[in-house]
Write a new protein. Structure first.
Length: 217
């Protein structure tokens, strides 16, 4: 069970800039990549969401930055209400929310209420050599209307859960920030597959490395 049931609860007990930080970059497409369990909460998810967002889409992350114990910063997707994220959700037509699960085997679970986009993302991932599963487990379905991935203008989005086993293959060292700066071919194959799935929604493909961060507050 999560220690915190809202962002206000977390904010009153943790120190921003020491225990956690919020990062945001505005895009121009109406598509937002969300990572509400970033940094060392679910390692690798910040980097993956950032790569998919590229220079085109809006990017948001709440990142755990504690020396240890970052899992305590986890707020479930149906209760996440950090103000900057809510503003982004209200301005976005499509949300793709990136998460990490603890499975040791290599797995990609795709959920959310946007059935067509789920199928399109799964198709593009399959073409790139992954084996995605749609609505594979109740934990990963993301079909609650209150889930952050579904709070966009269209009322439906996509949630992607990547196993720890797969995330390990995407970086030189998943466990450290420095190690996660060194991305593997698997990382880029995954990122480009999801970007390709989003292509019909009207953006021009650009580099997948960000120029830098706009740090909120």
């Amino acid at each position: 069970m999560d220690r915190y049931t809202s962002f206000k609860d977390l904010q009153e007990n943790e120190v921003e800039g020491t225990d956690y930080r919020i990062r945001c970059r505005a895009g121009r497409t109406g598509i937002a990549l969300l990572c509400i369990h970033g940094g060392d909460i679910e390692p690798g998810t910040s980097e993956i969401a950032d790569g998919i967002a590229g220079h085109d889409h809006t990017y948001y992350a709440l990142e755990g930055t504690k020396d240890a114990g970052n899992k305590t910063l986890h707020i479930t997707s149906t209760a996440f209400d950090e103000p900057c994220s809510i503003e982004i959700l209200s301005k976005s037509e499509i949300i793709v929310s990136i998460h990490g699960c603890s499975e040791t085997e290599e797995a990609v679970h795709i959920g959310g209420l946007d059935q067509k986009l789920k199928v399109r993302i799964a198709k593009k991932l399959t073409e790139r050599g992954f084996e995605p599963l749609i609505d594979s487990h109740s934990r990963f379905r993301g079909t609650d209307q209150g889930n952050v991935c579904n709070l966009c203008g269209r009322g439906m989005g996509v949630q992607i859960e990547l196993s720890r086993g797969l995330r390990r293959r995407m970086f030189k060292d998943l466990a450290t920030m420095e190690g996660r700066k060194l991305r593997t071919e698997v990382f880029y194959r995954f990122v480009f597959a999801v970007r390709d799935a989003l292509r019909p929604f009207g953006f021009e493909s650009g580099p997948v490395e960000s120029d830098g961060w706009d740090i909120i507050r």
